[in-house]
Design a protein around this ligand. Structure first.
Ligand code: B3K
Ligand code: ZN
Length: 844
């Protein structure tokens, strides 16, 4: 397979002035007629090549005369006139047999599309690249009640509809939906007084009652983007469609967002508080793409972080504004440090802006998205809020309608602030997580902090240069009062010192406040100091982080030295739990221990080969010890966290339930599951019901409740996904593989449905102690199923191979077994390019 390089970028040799598409829908033989006005690009002449994959050419014409293009496996080439011309073609495609869920496919009888990144070429022959933008006019013919495409509806009749999208767009933003659907409708008046019709389309039936929350989230997002970024919506209509078969969360097609039903449908009875929070964030994310992604798109796929990093940053700001910025920041940092740091420190490490790829779908990663968002956050911190807003205003005016680059993005910051961002740009091109080592000293009233940065080598990048690291710092006196409020130190050199004058005594530093840069801070710190910060730090992120570091230390010592938990940890946690002035959601985060995978990483980083089973037992033991230690205060907190009145997913109530359920987890270890069983029986919403069930399964109880749950929810596929997932996640480590295998034999297991496949096998991969069972049974089971799925759906398969990305962390026995599985996968006949690239990179 061919590797594509950023350095080889060249514009397309033609402009497309308009695109007319006619779809004659038929499940296994849809006809697509295209008519495109083409004009040569005199500055960059090139051949007339159109991408095309799995499309059958029926005929082609140039200026009305038949032509015979040269068709290959990835497209066609045709001799073209020197001046402007009209290209026409008819092709046939088969949505009904498209199990890859890319291009035009069917989900439960509904026609739908997914074109990002390169799916449009499975619909018709076209220059399928983001820098080729055009106005699309679409006619859909089919005997179906709802026929949708991008833009505004222009006319419709019995069995047909026409749509015009006036905003030039690349083909990856094209969408079509057709089927028996019903709309949940509402409206929004924009800041300049334009009325926009809003619809969420679902299949008739129970899903209709699950649209209201998503609609509210959409309206809140529209308003927020006006208030915070001055961005107004630009069409008469905004449609969302929920489909059950979808490779990822959702897609920002212009005016016609398509969502995985799990990321839009919600009701109190069937969705947890975290589901509600995630749905709100994804709806916001896709909506925000209308400006950061659609009006300003990417020149090429190497620039993916231009739209994704920025849009993630915007949805994070939005979620913070809806609830608590502190809690949101901690949640985001937990995700980044566990998943992005894992990627950045393994065989799949790549820069936020990669420089080469084989299959672009493999680069929709946590690095591009989440680290990409961190880079925006660092820029904002460095230039300040006002300058950030000015730079964004300039970005929107200067690049509206463009297919832009990271260079364009940084230029608006340089132009508005006068800053030189040459060194900052390294964040986009250097992979790997910088380690920042800190020492300090105090003499004659001067406190000095000495920093040293170093980034380990990553695949293809042996040596790294110093990066700009904004380090937010505060200082506390020995009695716990803040003597230096947060200030941002700008580290630019490999080693650098900063001094604070006029201090009466040596202060306690609070470093990297608010997680001001995606780096690993290395510092000798005692548990006494950690407990001190846990109690006194004014920065909520560092307050939480001190507890996290303390917990990691306690777990590490229990695993490597069999030491009992440090009283500093138990007393610190007790104080947090007791402190009613603290937000319940924050207290719940403090109670949650590092994940088993995080501990494996921590041990590996400290030079110990992790034993997943020992980690599992150490975490369980610490939970029990903690439960015993705080036993007396649990009933009072439980009582305080009772939420009265009808269920509402707002941050305040969700925070109370979150703490109540953390407490339930502890309690169930002391009362043999009595409180959990009661909560399960009494629950009137999914958050409480599922937490009750989870608490029981975690202590190897709850068989009856699990069966009852399944009977109750058999007809609801989104709830059943939870049941499949939980059953595997909470199986005993030695039963995890058997449990997953057994679930594949259930009548409602369907490997073609990505949600269901992920529910079972994503849960197995995420069950650290079960996945790493010493016999290797889970590795082989997952390997076998990935090989089977690859023939059906390469994209989801490739993504799930990341279960093996940490294989070099473990002992030789486990390494051998994981390598065997990867090598067997690599040798699978007909393996997809997607999976082939991932496996190849992991084997390195
Ligand atoms: N842009 C899409 C992701 C497309 C993934 C293609 N494999 C959703 C999003 O980031 O909003
Ligand atoms: Zn996105």
């Amino acid at each position: 397979p061919q590797t594509i390089y950023l350095k080889d970028y060249r514009p397309f040799g033609y402009y497309l002035d308009d695109v007319h598409l006619t779809f004659r829908l038929a499940a296994s033989a849809t006809r697509v007629v295209s008519r495109i006005s083409v004009r040569p690009n005199v500055d960059f002449p090139g051949e007339f090549f159109l991408h095309g994959q799995d499309v059958k050419l029926i005929w082609a014409k140039i200026d009305g005369a038949d032509v015979t293009p040269v068709v290959s496996a990835d497209g066609l080439t045709c001799d073209a006139p020197d001046g402007p011309f009209v290209w026409e073609a008819e092709v046939e495609i088969s949505p009904a047999t498209n199990t890859a869920l890319e291009g035009l496919y069917m989900s439960n009888g509904v026609y739908c599309t997914q074109c990002e990144a390169e799916g449009f070429r499975k619909i018709t022959f076209y220059p399928d690249r983001p820098d080729v933008m055009s106005v699309f006019c679409v006619r859909i013919e089919g005997e179906l009640p709802v026929l949708l495409s991008n833009g505004n509806p222009t006319s419709h009749g019995d069995g047909w509809a026409e749509w015009l999208d006036p905003w030039p767009k690349p083909a990856y933003l094209f969408a079509l939906v057709a089927g028996d659907l019903v709309a949940h409708s509402d409206g929004f008046t924009t800041m300049s007084g334009k009325d926009v019709a809003l619809n969420i389309y679902v299949r008739p039936g129970p899903d209709e009652a699950k649209c209201a929350f998503g609609m509210g989230a959409l309206k809140r997002s529209m308003k927020w983007d006006e208030d915070v970024y001055g961005r107004e919506y630009d069409l008469d209509i905004f449609n969302i469609v929920a489909v059950d078969d979808f490779n990822m969360g959702a897609m920002e097609n212009k005016g016609l967002n398509i969502f995985n039903s799990s990321c839009v449908l919600a009701s109190p009875e069937t969705s947890t508080d975290s589901n509600f929070e995630r749905i709100e964030a994804i709806i916001a994310h896709e909506y925000f793409h209308n400006w950061t992604g659609n009006r300003i798109t990417c020149r090429d796929w190497f620039q993916l972080c231009l739209k994704e990093g920025l849009t993630v940053f915007r949805d994070q700001q939005y979620t913070g504004d809806q609830g608590s910025h502190a809690v949101k920041r901690i949640e985001d940092a937990i995700t980044l440090r566990s998943r992005q740091f894992r990627e950045d420190n393994g065989p799949l490490a790549h820069p936020v802006r990669p420089e080469s790829f084989i299959e672009i779908n493999n680069f929709y990663t946590i690095t591009v998205y989440e680290k990409g968002a961190e880079l925006i956050g660092m820029l904002k911190r460095l230039v300040g809020d006002d300058a950030y807003r000015k730079a964004l205003d300039l970005y929107f005016t200067r690049h509206d309608g463009d297919a832009a680059t990271i260079e364009d993005w940084l230029q608006v910051f340089e132009d508005t602030t006068g800053r030189d961002l040459t060194q900052f740009k390294r964040w986009y091109s250097q992979a790997g997580t910088p380690r920042v080592t800190v020492t300090d000293d105090f003499k004659d009233g001067v406190y000095a902090l000495h920093f040293e940065q170093q980034t380990p080598p990553t695949p293809g990048q042996d040596s790294k240069s110093a990066q700009v690291i904004p380090i937010a710092v505060g200082l506390l006196s020995q009695d716990g009062t803040e003597v230096q409020p947060t200030t941002v130190l700008e580290m630019t050199a490999t080693t650098q010192s900063f001094a604070f004058n006029g201090l009466a005594e040596k202060p306690v530093p609070s470093l990297l406040r608010d997680f001001s840069a995606p780096v690993i801070l290395q510092r000798d710190q005692t548990n006494v100091e950690r407990a001190f910060l846990m109690t006194h730090d004014t920065d909520p992120f560092n307050k939480w982080d001190a507890g996290d570091a303390l917990a990691k230390d306690v777990l590490t010592k229990s695993i490597t030295e069999n030491t009992a938990p440090d009283a500093a940890y138990l007393d610190g946690i007790t104080a947090i739990l007791r402190n009613d002035a603290l937000d319940p959601a924050f207290r719940a985060l403090c109670l949650s221990l590092p994940s088993e995978d995080d501990m494996a990483k921590a041990l590996h980083d400290a030079g110990t080969v992790p034993d997943p089973l020992a980690i599992h037992h150490a975490i369980e033991a610490l939970k029990l010890t903690t439960a015993q230690h705080v036993q007396d205060i649990l009933p009072r907190i439980q009582a305080d966290m009772i939420v009265d009145g009808p269920y509402s997913p707002d941050a305040k109530n969700a925070g109370k339930r979150s703490l109540a359920n953390s407490v339930l987890g502890l309690l169930s270890r002391l009362d043999d599951g009595a409180a959990a069983a009661k909560q399960y029986a009494d629950a009137d919403n999914m958050t409480m019901q599922l937490a009750g069930l989870a608490a029981l399964l975690r202590i190897s109880k709850g068989e009856d409740q699990s069966a009852a749950f399944r009977d109750q929810w058999r007809a609801d596929r989104l709830v059943m996904d939870k049941w499949f997932g939980l059953t595997v996640s909470l199986a005993a480590p030695d039963l995890a593989a058997d449990t997953a295998l057994r679930l594949t034999q259930e009548p409602d297991f369907d490997m073609k449905n990505p949600n269901r496949f992920r529910a079972v096998f994503g849960a197995l991969a995420g069950h650290s102690a079960g996945f790493h069972a010493p016999s290797g049974v889970s590795y082989r089971l997952l390997g076998d199923w990935l090989a089977k799925l690859d023939a059906i759906n390469p994209q989801t398969t490739a993504r799930m191979t990341t279960a093996f990305e940490t294989w070099r962390r473990y002992d030789v026995g486990r390494q051998d077994q994981m390598r065997d599985v990867l090598e067997t996968l690599a040798k699978t006949a007909g393996l997809s390019r997607d999976t082939g690239e991932m496996v190849g990179r992991m084997l390195g």
